[in-house]
Structures are given as C-alpha cells and as structure tokens.
Design a protein around this ligand. Structure first.
Ligand code: NDP
Length: 302
C-alpha cells in the first residue's frame, strides 16, 4: 500500500515527487515521458530565479535534481483509478497498485485542427512542436497556425531557421504576453494574416501548403513546414468517469489541489486554473503533495 501515487512526470508531477521523496513517503511516480512540456518549450524567460533557459536545458537540470532526490519515474501509463473503501487502486498498462492518495498531474496534449490532410501529413511537414521539428525546415517557408503565446513562441523560434514565416491567426488579433508580441512584430521575414481559418492541409508525399479562408474568400499558401500551435487539451480521459471535470475537461480543484474525491488531488495543466505556467504547475505539484501528506496525517489521527 503506497501513501501516494503521482501520475505524470512533467514539472507538476516531478515537484510533487521531489517533495514526497524528501518527506520519505512511500510513493511511486508514473510517467511515460520525462519532462512533459519541457520537451517542447523554447525559451523560458519567466521562471523565478532563472533569468533565461530553454525547455530542454530546464529538463536536464530537473533530471539531475530528481537523481539527487532519488526520484525514479516508472515508465507506465495509468489507465484507470478505482476507489477501494477509503483507498484507491491505480491500474497501469503494466500492473495494479494500491494507494491511500493519488496526485494527478497528467498534463495536456496538443489540440488538432481537425481538417482534411492534417492526419495524413502529421510528421510529414505538419508538426505540433516547433522546437522538436522546426530545425527540419531550415531556409524553407513555414506557416505557424495560432494566435496565442505558443504560436508566438514558435514564430520567434523559427526566426533564424525558416526562410519566411506566415502566421495564420483565426481571430482579429494576437492574444498573449506583450513581450512576445513585441518580439515577433520586429521580425522582417514574418507575415501575419488575421481572421484566417485553415480549411485543408495540402501535400503529396509531404505537406506542400494549405488552404485557408478569410470570410468567404478562399486562399492557398505554399509551405514546407506547418506548425500547429492552437492550444492544448488536458489529459483527463482516463479519469473522466472518476473525478469531476469542468466544461473544458480540466479536473476541478480548489486552490489547495483537492478534487471532489477526498484523497485525490490534481496539479498542473490537467487541473482547473487555465493559466498553464511552469511556476504555477510547480507550485500546484508542491501544494498537492503537502495536502496529501496532511490528509494522511489526519487519517492516522482518527
Ligand atoms: P491559447 O489557448 O492561449 O491560444 C490558442 C490559439 O489558437 C488562439 O489564438 C486560438 O484562437 C487559436 N485556435 C484554437 N483553435 C483553433 C483552430 N481550430 N484553428 C485555428 N486557431 C485556433 O493556447 P497557447 O498554447 O498559445 O497557450 C496556452 C497557455 O499557455 C496560455 O495560458 C499561455 O499564456 C501559456 N503559455 C505561456 C507561455 C509563456 O509564458 N512564455 C508560452 C506558451 C504558452 P481563438 O482566439 O480564435 O480561439
């Protein structure tokens, strides 16, 4: 019987695991891929105490920090959580584990356009990760779809890689941090097209461009790289019939990470809050672990 099981190895889950380890709790942390969003982040300029880093460099420091704190991530995928009296059974693709509390920090995944051609040219010119795949489009024309911070970061990342970048923004303006808007508005090899709705990805063996509409007018654009950055969807399908979710499929939590089920906590991008910042995910990971420990102490006093 574990005291807690942490689901997810992004910054929220790893912070919870680090605290669990330092408290010498009997715990396990499950995660298919170490680092979560770090794997796909470009520059990180807003984490307190770190002036400037990249997602990959941050992930490497986290790896060292986990080693120092003897945190070992089990590469298993959680399929289901079941209630067993006061405790819980966590079922993964490799086994079943009993635990007194669970911290769900399962993160989120890239939202898709859901247009013809998108699936066909996925990884054949269409990507959801500029940092991973952007360098493949060296000196090639690229389209970035999206008008939020992630899309602006992708444009900024591509500034010295692509020959030219076109940004297709669905709405009438960019939404996000002012510093990112200022960064990209200085770029000479960037064109921004507003009110543009992508309708189809075109290609042969690889993507060659796309069709989009502005109002009723149809247009076509050529590009070798199409970077889709249109937000993220929380990874909560595996608990959708177990804990309360909000309208956007985030797990409903209070400001201490409690869900509607005593003993089940949630932190990071999968939880309600909708701000998606590393510093918040780390804080929520810490909070949920501390509250899980308090919950266990309360149980023992009974
Ligand atoms: P957002 O949800 O903020 O923005 C998504 C963008 O994609 C919007 O412009 C939206 O348009 C557009 N979009 C959604 N669906 C479609 C579609 N089907 N076709 C075309 N466009 C579409 O997502 P982000 O990933 O940009 O950001 C998520 C969160 O992470 C935010 O809170 C952001 O602040 C944060 N973040 C912070 C960073 C930082 O601090 N440096 C870096 C990256 C992200 P519409 O407005 O029309 O819905």
């Amino acid at each position: 019987m574990y005291e807690t099981i942490i689901i997810g190895a992004g910054i929220a889950g790893l912070t919870a695991a680090m605290y669990a380890s330092r408290k010498k709790m009997n715990y396990e942390v499950f995660g298919k891929e170490f680092g979560g969003q770090f794997q796909v982040s470009g520059e990180v300029l807003n984490y307190p105490g770190i002036v400037k880093t990249t997602g990959v460099d941050f992930m490497m420091i986290m790896q060292e920090q986990m080693k120092f704190n003897q945190v070992n991530v089990k590469p298993e995928t959680v399929k289901e959580i079941q209630k067993q009296g006061e405790n819980f059974k966590v079922i993964t693709d490799k086994g079943e584990y009993e635990t007194e509390t669970v911290i769900i920090a399962s993160g989120s995944f890239a939202r898709k356009l859901n247009v013809p051609g998108e699936a066909e040219f996925d990884k054949k010119g269409v990507t959801y990760c500029s940092v991973c795949d952007g360098p493949l489009f060296k000196q090639k024309p690229v389209i970035v779809i999206g008008g939020g911070d992630s899309a602006m970061e992708a444009v900024d990342f591509m500034k010295n890689i692509s020959s030219h970048t076109t940004m297709l923004v669905r709405g009438p303006e960019l939404k996000g941090h002012k510093y990112l808007m200022e960064n990209i508005q200085k770029l000479e090899n960037l064109e921004i097209i507003y009110n543009a709705e992508t309708t189809e990805i075109l290609g042969d063996k690889f993507a060659t461009g796309l069709k989009y509409k502005v109002g009723d007018e149809e247009h076509q654009l050529d590009a070798e790289g199409i970077i889709v950055e249109i937000g993220r969807i929380p990874t909560t399908d595996f608990v959708k019939d177990f804990v309360e979710l909000d309208d956007h499929q985030h797990i409903v939590v209070d400001c201490q990470g409690h869900t509607n089920i005593p003993g089940i906590f949630a932190a990071g991008d999968c939880a309600s809050g909708h701000e998606y910042q590393y510093v918040l995910a780390a804080g929520q990971g810490c909070m949920s672990l501390l509250k899980a420990a308090r919950y266990l102490a309360g149980k023992q006093r009974k």
